[in-house]
Design a protein around this ligand. Structure first.
Ligand SMILES: [Fe+2]
Length: 165
């Protein structure tokens, strides 16, 4: 019975890991990645809402591009959350804000500009997390963030191209 009660006992939220990244470094990286995770989730939801509500002559290219973007972000969110777990920290459910509802009245150009601003903010947040990872010699997190930044910078380029005059 002792083993059962031990198995059911609450576990500490931060696990002891000896992979060569100091505990304080893992904590800082996990916190930064949690910001990235939340912002990625919010941008995924917003991208899908814009995908549904876009109207006008640019409907088709924006509808197709946003679908590619939310599908990529859906997979990436799982990767980011699992990296936080591999660093020994819990992942919290990101909060999706109620301000989402107002985006349904935007023009096609406005909603693309809205997405670009969020992609750019997310890039800055990822760069902050990459700095923490670099400081702690966490090349795995860095590698993941390089891939994510590559995606988001390309997404920004394509979104800009769609609404260029
Ligand atoms: Fe769709």
């Amino acid at each position: 019975m002792a083993s059962v009660s031990r198995a059911l006992a609450p576990k500490p939220s931060v696990e002891a890991i000896a992979t060569g990244i100091a505990a304080d470094g893992r904590a800082r990286i996990a916190e930064a990645l949690q910001d990235v995770l939340g912002a990625s989730y919010r941008l995924l939801v917003k991208t899908q809402i814009h995908h549904w509500n876009v109207v006008g002559p640019l409907f088709h290219p924006i509808h197709v591009l946003t679908e590619a973007h939310y599908e990529d972000m859906f997979a990436a969110i799982d990767t980011i959350a699992e990296r936080i777990r591999a660093l020994g920290h819990p992942t919290a459910a990101p909060v999706i804000g109620t301000e989402m509802t107002k985006v349904t009245t935007m023009s096609a150009k406005e909603l693309v500009e809205d997405l670009i601003a969020d992609h750019e903010a997310l890039c800055r947040s990822m760069r902050d997390a990459a700095s923490e990872a670099e400081e702690a010699d966490d090349i795995v997190t860095n590698d993941m963030l390089v891939a994510r930044l590559t995606f988001h910078e390309k997404a920004i380029w394509m979104l800009r191209a769609v609404v260029a005059d």
